[in-house]
Design a protein around this ligand. Structure first.
Ligand code: C2O
Ligand code: CU
Ligand code: CU
Length: 466
């Protein structure tokens, strides 16, 4: 395999010819939705989770005669799921058996910066590192972990290095509801079943494959027999998912950083951008067979769309009877007034070459440069603006923020509800103000979560100082 830097930027062609891809019909559909396997807790001590992750190449066969090499945690497509409680002490012994350096980043979790898998702290091939952190009260939510290797995370992620992480609360108002987990990932296979390198268009627009997998399966059959709380992850490098189920409403009850204050009014569509998570409950208008669809979303003003996947993402057999949701889910903390404001501008520069194309405040990522300084424990605003003609999801490490306002051509609008998030989408020429606090001193990253853009340097770093 080619890549040392930028994972296959050499020998790139412009786009992928559909004839060079495995036909979508090559993979089987309709198997029962698989549960994400759990990472075993090796600790016998209450309040402690000890687990082992190994990143390594594995060849899987998704269809007869198709052999694909993935890079996986513990050999699991979709990663082993880590489930812990607020207050737990977590230690994950990580071993890198890849041929290149990598890290494990705990996306959205309040972990100390030196434990957060920053690109500054690579685990070299053949080396191990133990990540340890204690999860504070109040951080129950739906998180994930993934590679954050310098310039390599886009490639390592589309080859499979991502997994899910759930923090539970001992005071969960929905503890008696059964849960389902829907992890969406994107996959491209060439006609030989291999995962090809990124081409020029992938680096520019973000990579999308011909398959959208749900828990590693193509178009699985989901069965819902009792009213169910569903956690949804968009772990695609770049694909925007706009979920829609004809004859069925979606009730949002939670976001990245956990439950909302109360269940929201039913919606018929739910946009989930890369790295976002939602907790939802379904309200069908009929029982029986439902189809989970992905509506087209135009995230680039100048092109029609990239690689639409409009075939159903899953079939749902819904036979549950209605069950009342709690009216109140939890109280969200108030951040109070902001004492500082950071401004972040996303922009693109055409014709400058790939590695100079995607900028934050006019610059590409430099590990030696600190782009902003935050005060430990202080409430601060981040005013993020998008000067480009495509959507970019903004992500800040180490904390959860509240969206204060969206600004579209000088018009301010409030979000529909209060929530805790670590990733928010910016439409072209839109600005978003978010408010948060950093509770650990040290270095944090902020970046576009289209992972190709992140790996090309659409990223900055903020130093949190006491
Ligand atoms: Cu999902 Cu910098 O991370
Ligand atoms: Cu992150
Ligand atoms: Cu971007």
């Amino acid at each position: 395999h080619s890549g040392h830097q930028m994972g296959g930027m050499n020998g790139m062609n412009h786009a992928t010819n559909p004839d060079d891809l495995l036909p979508v019909q090559a993979l089987p559909v309709g198997a029962a939705l698989a549960a994400l396997p759990l990472l075993a807790n090796e600790s016998k001590q209450a309040g402690k989770f000890t687990g082992r992750l190994t990143a390594k190449a594995h060849t899987l066969s998704l269809a007869k005669g198709v052999q694909s090499e993935f890079w996986l945690y513990n050999g699991v497509l979709g990663g082993p799921q880590i489930v812990v409680y607020e207050g737990d002490e977590v230690s994950i012994h990580f071993t890198n058996e890849l041929k290149q350096e990598t890290t494990v980043h705990w996306h959205g979790l309040p972990v100390p910066p030196e434990q957060d898998g920053n690109p500054h702290d690579p685990v070299k091939p053949g080396q191990s590192l133990t990540y340890t952190f204690k999860l504070p009260q109040g951080c129950a939510g739906t998180y994930w972990y993934h590679t954050h290797a310098h310039e390599l995370s886009a490639e390592q992620a589309f080859r499979g290095l991502a997994g899910t992480f759930i923090v539970k609360s001992r005071q969960d108002p929905m503890a008696d509801w059964p849960e389902q987990h829907w992890l969406f990932t994107d996959l491209r296979l060439d006609k030989n079943g291999k995962i090809p390198d990124n081409n020029m268009m992938d680096w520019m627009n973000g990579r999308e494959g011909q398959f959208v997998l749900l828990n590693g399966q193509l178009q699985p059959k989901i069965s819902i027999k009792t009213a169910t709380r569903i956690r949804v992850w968009n772990a695609c490098n770049a694909r925007y998912l706009k979920l829609h189920i004809p004859d069925c409403d979606i009730i949002v009850i939670g976001t990245d950083g956990g439950l909302l204050e109360r269940p929201q009014a039913p919606v018929s569509e739910l946009l989930i951008v890369p790295a976002e998570r939602y907790e939802i409950v379904l309200k069908p208008r009929k029982t029986g067979m439902l189809s989970l669809q992905n509506l087209p979303y135009n995230r680039e003003k100048m092109m029609e769309k990239f690689h639409p996947v409009t075939t159903p993402l899953a079939q749902i057999v819904y036979t549950a009877s209605d069950k009342a949701l709690p009216k109140h889910l939890r109280s969200l903390p108030s951040f109070g007034k902001a004492t500082a404001e950071h401004t972040v501008g996303f922009s693109e520069e055409m014709g400058a070459g790939l590695k100079q194309m995607f900028k934050v405040n006019g610059k590409t990522f430099d590990m030696q440069r600190i782009d902003a300084t935050s005060k430990l424990g202080a409430t601060e605003d981040w005013l993020v603006s998008n000067a480009s003609h495509m959507d970019h999801p903004f992500h800040l490490h180490g904390t959860q923020f509240e969206i204060i306002e969206f600004i579209d051509s000088a018009e301010s609008s409030k979000p529909a509800y209060r929530s805790l998030k670590d990733t928010v989408n910016l439409k072209p020429y839109q600005s978003v103000r978010v408010r948060c606090r950093q509770d650990f001193a040290g270095l944090r990253m902020f970046h576009c979560h289209i992972l190709e853009h992140e790996s090309l340097g659409m990223m900055g770093q903020v130093m949190v100082k006491a």
